[in-house]
Design a protein around this ligand. Sequence first.
Ligand SMILES: [Zn+2]
Length: 461
Amino acid sequence: MIVQRKCSSFRGGLGWLAGLVLASQIGASQAMPEKAADPRIASALQQISAQRVQADIEKLVSFGTRLTLSAQDSASIGSGRGIGAAREWIKSEFERYSKDCGGCLEVKTDSFTEQPTDRIPKATEITNVYAVLKGTDPAQSKRIVLVTGHYDSRNSDTLDTTGDAPGANDDASGTAVSLECARVLSKMKFPATIVFLAVAGEEQGLNGSRHFAKMAKDQGWELEAVLNNDIVGGDKSAEQDHSLVRVFSEGVPVAATEQDLRRIRGLGGESDSGSREVARYIAETGRTYDAGVKPLLIFRLDRYLRGGDHSAFNQQGFSAVRLTEYREDFHHQHQNVRTENGVEYGDVPKFVDYEYVAHVARLNAATLASLASAPGPPANVHLLTKDLDNDSTLTWDASPGAASYEVVWRATMSPEWEHAQSFGNATKATLKVSKDNVIFAVRAVDAEGHRSLPVVPAPQR
Ligand SMILES: [Zn+2]
């Protein structure tokens, strides 16, 4: 069966124009229906609750400070103040969700001692908390998708261990996304594994995520996608756009080898890192499911000269993106709570839009559920270049769980995939489209239509 379609247009881009040029050039592109939503996933999204998000954020704020250097002894945990108490509460929430699904979640901690750095005056124990929803298909359960947020907070002084640091938006909001995704998706089963993570140490230098990403690398995790939610509170400033969430992704991978860089330079691969394919996948998911918020892709690692936990995963060679509200209000970030000249400073709950956070959680859950339902991305994807010709022949290995494969492509200057053609369960395809003029990728599709991440081919002579 061969079905070809023109992918839908995207916000603000010129892809439609490129699509028209390409259509006339190849004379084959036809409209094809939008990717259909999976009713199971769509109904799970309905379970995500702004009230739950609000309760989670208010609870996290109630610990007073969650600075990584704040108290974590048993007395402070008992009194409910400091990062230790926050950590224990997050763990107990994951355990509660697990109880509700018959023990389906494995709740774990990743603890280590960080030696002194400029933002860590003395050796400090840092603990990441996570829950694992193990995949049900033995052929696919090693594949992992992960959602994360940082539960540590700070005020104006990164070393203030006792002063209030409510961190409602930065990043109780992202922690609430991990929690809500865990609560709702743990009621479902997926062939691949989903990990729900809350890290500490972000504000001291990405210490928690760096340790976790290295552990994943050392243990050989097949981590396909990391969604980092940091500052997704939808701050209620006048210029906020509550309909959008930014998705940041690296271009040239920080972990690229010299050989990778040669290929990227030679073939025009600057915009096809694994992280960028994840970003495009989120954009497509945002069109398939009505999460209440639309992803706005930003082709940049992070906000200008700023950083976040996804980059710690990128450093280890994993595909990872950052989701952040459309417009940040810096009066409400990394500030002591106070009023000066009529301006309110501080990251307190009243500036957070809980409905918005729930929308972002829905977009995350739809992406995690789609990826964990899909077959693994095809391996050994090649574009044959033995003969000089104007057709393009691609080959790939069969993927466990795949019922069919699609070749997708776009004009070289287009941000998103514009065309898709199904080739049934073949592992080789020839298209009447010149490899010189477009960027190709191949993705695996299961019987219900769940798509894997697309894989850009390597040239094969
Ligand atoms: Zn943050």
